[in-house]
Design a binder for this molecule. Structure first.
Ligand code: PLP
Length: 355
């Protein structure tokens, strides 16, 4: 039976990406060799790296003066690389969830951190109001809070350069990259298998801190070497290229955004009009179109495990909410078809009829 894959990450990838990656694992670029057993310095792999960097620039309309890197270490490594490279004295951070919290913890190792807003006391169920002072080196925020289902689907207007963790919503909307000193995103949601992180960094923003930066943690090392200072994670980069090609062929991020909005709209409507389910994020402006979090109303609460089983029997997988939140989370990343949303909405309606 076909599965409807709602996992939050690693998560659904397009069949195009999976099939082409599987083929390249057997025979890469007609070399008669696997992608897994060739030099990353071969002209065939260099072409993969070059095209992947170029497509990121094209799809997100990255202006001149920025470099695109593909590094290992996950988005979590960026929590320390960002302040290591960019924090001179003080930075502003917005606390919107576990990942933002982790980023704040790392930044504190390097300087003063002004937490300009937090919704922690309310279980991170909304995007807090915030004001960013002018005297900070940068303002860091998490555009999509994967665990809590909140999202900032815009580039905030602040007077300082921004840094954003876009791990779980990159390529779901156009971004005004010129407002940022850096954007980073782990690949394992909207792009590729785990193992690579995209970093878009403004070249001019580098080299202004006094501290010594270990070679591998210095963005300049990777910028200078075209993201090939050391052996890059070749397989996820190859997969990323397949996804990026598909995104371009589909018409780019505006087209993806429309598809994502339609999917999320349909699911939120089903939740809001239900007598049994209710959304955990109540302000529509704060609702994520990537991760839709919902629970059963108090009078039905004990039915939650039964619904997961009921949906599972229809091939719906990955809807259990994060362990810190409970309930349900349906992740609607770019590769998820509308057909899967329809299957979930139908399962919700049929389950309600039963009870
Ligand atoms: N930031 C966000 C928004 C995430 O959703 C995640 C993982 O789910 C991370 C950071 C951590 O990413 P990684 O596991 O690649 O370090």
């Amino acid at each position: 039976m076909k599965k409807h894959n709602f996992y939050a990450g690693p998560s659904i990838l397009s069949q195009y990406t999976i099939k082409n990656t599987a083929d390249a694992v057997i025979n890469f670029a007609d070399m008669g060799l696997s992608l897994l057993e060739i030099s990353h310095r071969s002209k065939e792999f260099q072409a993969v790296m070059d095209e992947a960097q170029q497509l990121v620039k094209e799809l997100l309309e990255v202006p001149e003066g920025y470099s695109v890197l593909f590094l290992g270490g996950g988005a979590s490594l960026q929590f320390c690389m960002i302040p290591f490279n960019l924090l001179k004295k003080k930075a502003a951070y917005l606390d919107t969830g576990t990942w933002a919290h982790n980023a704040i913890k790392e930044a504190r190792i390097f300087g003063d951190v002004d937490v300009v807003g937090s919704s922690e006391a309310d279980g991170y169920t909304y995007i807090p109001k915030f004001e960013v002072p002018d005297d900070v080196d940068y303002f860091h925020y998490t555009s999509n809070n994967t665990i809590y289902g909140t999202e900032m689907r815009y580039d905030p207007d602040v007077k300082v350069p921004m840094v954003a963790d876009m791990s779980s919503d990159i390529f779901s909307r156009p971004v005004d990259v010129a407002k940022y000193d850096a954007i980073y995103a782990g690949a394992q949601k909207n792009l590729a298998p785990a193992g690579v992180t995209i970093i878009i960094v403004k070249d001019e923003a580098l080299g202004h801190v006094d501290r010594v930066i270990p070679t591998m943690l210095d963005y300049r090392t990777h910028v200078k070497k075209g993201s090939m200072f050391n052996t890059p994670p070749v397989l996820p980069i190859f997969s990323a290229l397949q996804t990026l090609r598909l995104y371009k062929e589909m018409g780019g991020v505006k087209v993806l955004e429309k598809l994502d909005l339609d999917k999320a709209g349909k699911l939120y409507e089903a939740i809001d009009s239900s007598r049994m389910f209710t959304g955990t994020v109540t302000n529509p402006a704060d609702r994520s179109i990537m991760n839709v979090c919902f629970v059963m109303k108090p009078e039905y609460k004990e039915l939650e495990p039964e619904f997961i089983k009921f949906a599972g029997e229809r091939g719906i997988v990955g809807i259990k909410g994060h362990r810190s939140v409970g309930g349900f989370r349906a992740s609607l990343y770019n590769a998820l078809p509308m057909e899967s949303v329809d299957a979930l909405v139908e399962a919700m309606a049929d389950f309600q009829k039963k009870h």
